[in-house]
Design a protein around this ligand. Structure first.
Ligand code: ATP
Ligand code: LTN
Length: 334
């Protein structure tokens, strides 16, 4: 809480091109609930360097992501949209919280295990303590809710554990955050392997729909989506590919699962895939147009970046000073 307002914090990494999974699982939910909260939406570039990045590329992608937040419908006058690296409090609080986090806890994180396996040549300490930096992001703003896809649940749990541990020693310093999982789109799966989540770092471009894909590409990718030989469009465990396509269709059309099953009763997969592709293209087109428009206005975006970093810093510093005092750092004389 800040004053009498509930706080919402979330963030995304500017690594790779955003996918439909990121949009339906995260960004779209943010837009739906933002009005109810004092919000902070960060482009978490400190997290990005836990795997090797090309500097020019990272800078470009970070700006594109920030633009996308706005294009998706987050008004930057009302929502604090900023780069994590512009507010030094994130790194400072992360250091302190590192000293309240156990190796054993971090060892259990499945994302760390996955990423360590993927980047075996660069298992750095930052990758290991990634969840602590994420806890710092959230706790710095006294966030009440954190909307994320369900792959981030474990990180939310460790954030709560760290906050509770700190509060148990020093009193009520941190708000204990709750996870917010959207009803639809919480887990969009790969189009090539419906047992795996759609991910922007997937090597197979046909596995993911990228938010900037044009209509033809989108439809082509859906046509190639891996399904099954059951030849019926029903939402059930045994048909993960079809279930995923129904999830996507539901999220883009706001129809219910039952309506979709009825609509495609007795129809073929080809027809259904085409309908899903068209629904996704229709959903993404306005977003793409706004991105193109916003990208042209450099001065406007720069203004947003500056003002919102200052706003974020104001709130971050409040929490940070409190924490520094609690742990026993000397009083500041400047
Ligand atoms: P990477 O492949 O680089 O790990 P990613 O595509 O998994 O990236 P993240 O940056 O980890 O994406 O996630 C950004 C946000 O999008 C998070 O809130 C995450 O939960 C959500 N998200 C990512 N992939 C999906 C998905 N397939 N379905 C639903 N939500 C998702
Ligand atoms: N780890 C998250 C991104 C992230 C985040 C956060 C999400 C970093 N800090 C704070 C919510 C709140 C991811 O990979 N999706």
């Amino acid at each position: 809480m800040i004053g009498d307002r509930k706080v919402l914090f979330s963030g995304m990494q500017a690594t790779g091109n955003l996918t439909l999974g990121n949009y339906l699982g995260a960004l779209k939910n943010w837009v739906n609930i933002a009005d109810e909260y004092l919000t902070f939406f960060s482009v978490v570039d400190l997290h990005s360097i836990t795997v090797r990045q090309d500097p020019a590329e990272l800078r470009k992608r970070a700006r594109a992501l920030l633009t996308l937040y706005i294009a998706a419908g987050l008004d930057p006058e009302k929502n604090c949209i900023y780069y994590q690296s512009h507010v030094s409090g994130h790194a400072e609080l992360a250091w302190i919280l590192n000293c309240f986090t156990y190796m054993g806890e971090l060892n259990r994180m499945t994302q760390f295990k996955d990423k360590a396996a993927k980047h075996a040549d660069n298992i750095n300490a930052g990758l290991f303590t990634y969840p602590v930096l994420m806890a710092a992001d959230i706790l710095l703003y006294q966030a009440d809710v954190v909307p994320v896809g369900n792959d981030q649940m474990q990180h939310l749990e460790i954030t709560r554990d760290i906050a509770q541990r700190f509060n148990a020693i020093y009193g009520d310093v941190f708000t204990i955050p709750e996870v917010y999982l959207g009803k639809v789109g919480a887990r969009i799966m790969s189009l090539q392997d419906p047992e795996k989540k759609m991910s922007k770092s997937d090597e197979n471009p046909n596995a993911s729909i990228y938010l900037m894909d044009d209509t033809d590409t989108i439809i082509r990718k859906f046509k190639r989506a891996v399904t099954d030989s059951e030849a019926q469009i029903v939402y059930r465990e045994e048909q993960p590919g079809i279930r995923n396509l129904i999830d996507i269709y539901v999220a883009c059309t706001k129809k219910s699962v039952e309506e979709v099953e009825r609509e495609f009763d007795g129809k073929g997969y080809g027809e259904f895939k085409l309908a899903v592709g068209e629904a996704v293209a229709t959903e993404l087109r306005p977003l793409q147009e706004r991105v193109a428009q916003l990208s042209k206005d450099k001065a406007y975006l720069d203004g947003i970046i500056k003002n919102n970093a200052e706003k974020a810093e104001y709130y971050a510093t409040k929490t940070l000073r409190k924490v520094q005092k609690k742990v026993g750092f000397p009083e500041r004389v400047r």
